[in-house]
Design a protein. Sequence first.
Length: 349
Amino acid sequence: MNGQTRPGILLMLRRLLLSLLLLAGLFAAVLAYGLLVYNKPPVDPDWALAGGEPVPDGAVTVRFSGTATLLFSDGETHWMTDGWFSRPGVPRLLLGKIAPDVAAIRRALEANGVSQLDAVLPLHSHYDHAMDAPEVARATGALLLGSESTANIGRGWGLPEEQLRVLVDRQPVRLGKFVITPIESRHFEFPDPEMRRRALGEPLIDAPLVPPVSVFDYRLGKAYVLHVTHPKGSWLIVGSAGYVEGALQGLSADVVFLGVGGLGSQTPAYRETFWRETVASVAPSRIIPIHFDGLTAPLSGPFRGEAKAVGWASGGLEETLAFLQGKAVAYPQLSFHTLPRFARVVLFR
Ligand SMILES: [Zn+2]
């Protein structure tokens, strides 16, 4: 015995328990803060368009749901990139399995004012682009356009073969007056080697993918840049902040939808090359940043940035905003706009 009395030991145990409880509480508070509180999105509030203006006959309109989900229409033909609405939370992404949230998809299609679509085209096969597209196709009668990996996500959801089309690099697809040319490109290069290996290594989904599955089962497939022309105008959609040098040479576009997800976590040299190989290549008059909102943030209300915890892990949100603002200053003839959520915006009159 060390001579301590029984009440002395009890007091010590009580203090220990109290400290442990305090620590657990602190940990829970930090976790909740990290997962439930979001950063501001890395775009300038001054760039925000309100939308909802009257739409002249034949105008081309766009509606934005967040990330890289865009709905284009000229009143006759309606098509969508990605069609991603499910947004599973961080605990499920890290520890569980994910599957399309059919109710969320139905609500989002309603919010976009769409019941019939000609096509849905995931820009690559990661979950935040392609996971919900087969259900969007099923619900709207759309063709599911994409790589063989995207087709396998469709097959896993039971979409019939006649609703699947595999894209061929640089072979234009005609939808009404829209001509969509898919250009094989590269995904954003995650600076972290482990993340890069898990998200970009072994890129193919080579058999029907039946959810629920792990987030990493949604392999990359192929990453496309879309060049779109319509009698009213032309645009480029860059779904992920990657590039292939020289790939867009000879193309022009009035508008660039620029995916900036993760861009701030890369080096300044990478950002400059990305800009040169996308925006500078096609010389637009207007830039519309996309894929800047947090993947786990809700699909309603104002756009939010990444959850605090995601920001701690990846960093670089300030750099994304500073980079875009720097370009806005350097190119005063170029308009920068961000789209409202769901509201219709006239892209070309
Ligand atoms: Zn991706």
